[in-house]
Design a binder for this molecule. Structure first.
Ligand code: SF4
Ligand code: SF4
Length: 170
């Protein structure tokens, strides 16, 4: 019996070796999946929450924000502070907008609350590290974002599921 077990163990060892080698061979011929960051950058899905931006209409030369304060009220962490004025035409416009990203949890409530297409998540800006916490307080100029005019972007706009009630104070 001893000799039988001896050869059985040898065969079992050989089988396990072959199984291991087959896995190695399979991955050897597979394409690489790693990127040479930062030379190569992965395009993130459009719906990824990389950074929040204030949409700027370059045709009207103004931000879309009308200072309705809905985003400020919706924010659970009080990250947003903004002010606005009523213009001669009776419409309100934002004058200052500040978002403190050091306390923002990227929950998206502010984006959902905005009924004026003024706030959006932007997927391509995901390198958000800074050296000082104070640098995470961004104003309207730092958050300014112009929607690209490419056909692909227009065909697949970032969805805003804002409730219709947000347009009360225009
Ligand atoms: S994503 Fe959430 S936490 Fe950040 S500013 Fe908007 S509502 Fe506030
Ligand atoms: S909800 Fe939209 S329009 Fe209203 S203050 Fe916020 S960003 Fe401006």
């Amino acid at each position: 019996m001893g000799i039988v077990r001896y050869f059985r163990n040898i065969l079992a060892g050989l089988w396990n070796l072959l199984v291991g080698l087959s896995v190695t061979t399979k991955y050897f011929f597979k394409g690489t999946t790693t990127q040479q960051y930062p030379e190569e950058r992965l395009p993130l899905p459009v719906r990824s929450r990389s950074m929040i931006k204030l949409i700027y209409d370059d045709e009207k030369d103004q931000f879309n924000c009308v200072a309705c304060l809905m985003c400020m009220k919706a924010c659970p962490n009080s990250c947003i502070k903004l002010e606005g004025v009523r213009q001669a035409d009776g419409k309100r416009r934002m004058t200052t907008f500040k978002l403190d990203f050091s306390t923002c949890i990227f929950c998206g409530y502010c984006v959902e609350a905005c009924g004026f297409d003024a706030l959006t998540f932007v997927s391509e800006e995901y390198e958000n590290s800074v050296y000082k916490r104070g640098s995470l307080l961004q104003d309207e100029q730092a958050m300014k974002w112009v929607r690209p005019h490419s056909p692909a972007a227009e065909a697949a706009p970032i969805e805003n599921t804002a409730p219709a009630t947000a347009g009360a104070q225009s």
